[in-house]
Design a binder for this molecule. Structure first.
Ligand SMILES: NC(=O)c1ccc[n+]([C@@H]2O[C@H](COP(=O)([O-])OP(=O)(O)OC[C@H]3O[C@@H](n4cnc5c(N)ncnc54)[C@H](OP(=O)(O)O)[C@@H]3O)[C@@H](O)[C@H]2O)c1
Length: 393
């Protein structure tokens, strides 16, 4: 998802496909500000398909995308016969803000097209019903007669991606897990000595800061916290004063004393530091960080399902794990990584003892390999970046 300026102007005629593409595009502007809500974009065209407004959910507790677009239209008469395109089904319920479906139902609209149904049981189909009952023609993109199958497929996939954290939370009740890795050309994330700075270039690292803002916490294993003493904050021009959460997997609570001298705590308040610890032990917590107790399984690793539910219950809708290899492994083994971000540098370090980022897990047959889908790529000078959704056979 990119944060970009709109290249279209008010009054311009848009096709239904272009309108939904624009809705997807503006929806991404809410990155970093809407959790636990979804990123949503909305475009309103008048009865002759001229652009009246685009809007997006800008911030939790603030207007939803539909209302954000509506309030930009000073002359509400223009809404008579208008067409609304929204990436997610309008909400039916009164939450932090009034029901969007009810607000839209009174505007004299002709049609509303949405890309993805809201799985939230408080909405699921009901937003669409409210609008239908008020006489608005409501349909999914796949049902729109001017949108072909291939375009509809792309638009639905784009809308699923835009709201992927929210959709995952709703469907699984667990935090969404992304993995981010900086790798050499030969797949390693550190030398045998533990040295790993720097594999990728400054541009790749700058983009990592943008990615960090997309997730509710950046997570690392205890060794990475100790070896690298990273800040793990968001240092990016798009997010000038963004204080993010850090999560450390630390069953024995070793980090609890080391935190006092750490960069992690120099750049954020203690309540933004979450330490996941073994639930069968007692810990003193003089710095007042957030402790999340989770059971250890037979291999001494946290029970991943319990962990992800506990994190979700702590209000963390998503985490991005940045390493190391030991920390990635149980999440892949438990099929709980939804997305990977891999930055790869044209650097070869060789040697038998360097650390491949996937060394902690593996499959027996090629058919069991974890293939990515919806892959996108970028180049940062000589480095290449790839992201995609992980599929599990
Ligand atoms: N290139 C990159 O992108 C990158 C990024 C990060 C780190 N690194 C490098 O990676 C190296 C460190 O990686 P590492 O694999 O040795 O260690 P690590 O993954 O940073 O930390 C592993 C430790 O964290 C705890 N832990 C993590 N996940 C756990 C789980 N699910 N259940 C229970 N405990 C868990 C355990 O602590 P206990 O031992 O206390 O049980 C475990 O031994 C460093 O050299 C660092 O520089 C590279």
């Amino acid at each position: 998802l990119e944060i970009m300026d709109d290249k279209v102007s008010i009054g311009q005629v848009l096709s239904p496909v272009a309108a939904m593409q624009l809705a997807l595009h503006v929806g991404a502007n809410g990155v970093g500000h809407v959790a636990p809500n979804p990123l949503v974009g909305c475009v309103i065209l008048d009865h002759e398909y001229r652009l009246l407004a685009s809007g997006w959910h800008r911030k939790i507790g603030h207007d939803h995308a539909e209302v954000d677009a509506l309030i930009q239209i000073a002359n509400r008469d223009k809404l008579r016969g208008a067409h609304v395109f929204v990436t997610l089904e309008p909400c039916a319920h009164q939450g932090r803000t009034p029901s969007c479906a009810k607000t839209l139902a009174t505007q004299g609209l002709s049609s509303l097209t949405y890309a993805v149904e809201d799985p939230n049981p408080l909405v699921a189909g009901q937003g669409a019903d409210i609008l239908r009952k008020s006489g608005v023609r409501v349909r999914l993109v796949s049902e729109h007669e001017q949108i072909g199958d291939a375009d509809a497929h792309e638009l639905v996939a784009g809308a699923e991606e835009l709201a992927e954290i929210f959709l995952h939370n709703m469907r699984s009740k667990e935090s969404f897990v992304a993995v981010k890795v900086a790798s050499t050309l030969d797949g390693k994330m550190a030398l045998a000595s533990g040295e790993s700075k720097w594999i990728t270039n400054a541009k790749s690292r700058e983009y990592t800061h943008l990615l960090r803002a997309r997730y509710d916490a950046v997570a690392v294993g205890r060794n990475t916290f100790v070896t690298d003493d990273p800040s793990l904050n968001v240092r990016h021009g798009n997010f000038p004063s963004f204080e993010n959460n850090v999560l450390i997997f630390d069953p024995m609570g070793h980090a609890l004393s080391a935190l006092a001298q750490s960069k992690v705590l120099q750049v954020r308040r203690p309540e933004r530091v979450i330490v996941v610890v073994n639930s069968s032990l007692e810990f003193s917590n003089p710095l007042g960080v957030r402790l999340v107790p989770v059971s250890l399984g037979p291999k001494g690793s946290f029970e991943v399902g319990e962990l992800l539910m506990a994190l979700k219950n702590q209000g963390l809708t998503s985490i991005m794990i940045e390493g190391g290899a030991q920390t990635f492994a149980p999440f892949f083994a438990a099929k709980k990584v939804q997305r990977v971000h891999v930055f790869q540098a044209p650097l070869i370090i060789g040697g038998r003892h360097g650390v491949p980022w996937s060394s902690g897990f593996g499959v027996e047959r090629m058919a069991d390999g974890l293939r990515l889908e919806r892959v996108s790529r970028k180049l940062f000078d000589e480095d290449s970046y790839l992201t995609g959704r992980v599929t599990y056979p």
